[in-house]
Design a protein. Structure first.
Length: 169
């Protein structure tokens, strides 16, 4: 019985981390679309914006998780609880890696900065599609259902990102 409970906790933790990964992906789409649409950003500024967005979201998540833990448990998260919080929130930092690599490639002259930023958005949209397809497969709906789930997830994520970018967030 104890192994089953531990497995359930691990599944919840993995689900929470995946949620953060998907959220970070959508946020990063809005950041790179916003940068590409600004028309006057340089590689260094774009890299700083991507890093600032990623680190800022991560820190906000840590503060919120720690505050929620204090309210619910009457103590700071430490040890295993703190490691879980850090594990779950790590995709907020990792979401910057792809865009930063592409911005670096742009700085080396291999592509324009706009191309790098739009490519980063495209890769993240493809990531949403892939996770949607995987979720559809896990639900047992077959190939057509999985593809539809992927398209819907990518479309919704892109729409949210475009609205956020247009609103300046």
């Amino acid at each position: 019985m104890k192994e089953h409970v531990a497995g359930a906790v691990d599944a919840r933790t993995a689900a929470a981390q995946l949620k953060e990964r998907l959220y970070a992906t959508i946020i990063m789409i809005s950041v790179v679309i916003g940068l590409a649409g600004s028309g006057h950003v340089e590689a260094l500024g774009a890299a700083a914006t991507v890093m600032t967005a990623s680190v800022g979201l991560w820190l906000a998540s840590l503060v919120a998780d720690q505050q929620a833990h204090r309210v619910m448990h009457g103590a700071l998260a430490r040890g295993r609880e703190l490691r879980t919080i850090l594990f779950v929130s790590s995709p907020l930092l990792l979401s910057a890696v792809g865009p930063l690599v592409l911005i670096g490639v742009s700085a080396l002259g291999a592509m324009s900065l706009d191309t790098a930023l739009l490519t980063a958005a495209g890769v993240n949209i493809a990531t949403l599609f892939a996770w949607g397809c995987y979720g559809g497969i896990r639900m047992g709906g077959g190939t057509a259902f999985a593809l539809l789930a992927g398209v819907i997830d990518a479309a919704i994520g892109t729409a949210v990102a475009v609205v956020k970018a247009a609103a300046g967030h």
